[in-house]
Design a protein. Structure first.
Length: 186
């Protein structure tokens, strides 16, 4: 009996503590507009654990609440975090991965109106955050992307595009994402 309880507790802790997020550049955060759109439970889930997976964020079911886009965090709460990048600029990222789960990861530019990727991913890891390694490769927590030079007039209006870090822990079946709002400069 005790071993069953210990096993269940260990399994719960491993599941509950499997997390990751982007710490730099500044990523979208929950705020009052998100609470209005997605509900207090969604905001509370992120505030309780900003590194938690999308599967832990409960939406109120409103049509405007898309947990699959920036964890449901709304641009209106994050206008002060908008970054300006030039075509060809190298943008350094820092990620926090307190408990890794191996799976694919990418950084892509996303059209926020349609939640679709624009062009090719800026960075792809076929295998990311492998918990079976004694130590994660340094490029899992510190990496750079090069801003595309072929966006034309796209992504010049704040809120039109976001740079999305997207990671799926395959065995854990958990999805992690963060969004960095930006505009392209000429």
């Amino acid at each position: 009996m005790r071993s069953s309880i210990l096993f269940a507790s260990t399994l719960w802790a491993a599941t509950a503590l499997s997390h990751g997020n982007i710490t730099s550049p500044p990523a979208r955060q929950p705020g009052p507009v998100m609470q209005q759109v997605c509900g207090a439970a969604a905001v509370s889930a992120i505030l309780a654990d900003g590194t938690g997976p999308l599967e832990n964020i409960q939406s109120n079911g409103a049509a405007d609440c898309n947990i699959g886009l920036c964890k449901g965090a709304q641009f209106e709460d994050n206008q002060a975090l908008v970054q300006a990048f030039a075509p060809g600029e190298q943008v350094p990222f820092t990620a926090e991965l307190p408990i890794p789960h191996e799976g694919p990861c990418n950084v892509s530019i996303v059209d926020t109106a349609t939640n679709t990727v624009i062009g090719q991913p800026l960075l792809v890891f076929d295998s990311y955050a492998d918990e079976n390694l004694a130590q994660l490769p340094p490029n899992n927590t510190a990496f750079s992307v090069t801003m595309p030079t072929n966006l034309g007039t796209s992504c010049q209006v704040p809120g039109e595009c976001t740079m999305q870090w997207f990671w799926f822990g395959t065995a854990a079946q958990q999805t992690y994402e963060n969004c960095v709002d930006f505009v392209m400069t000429a």
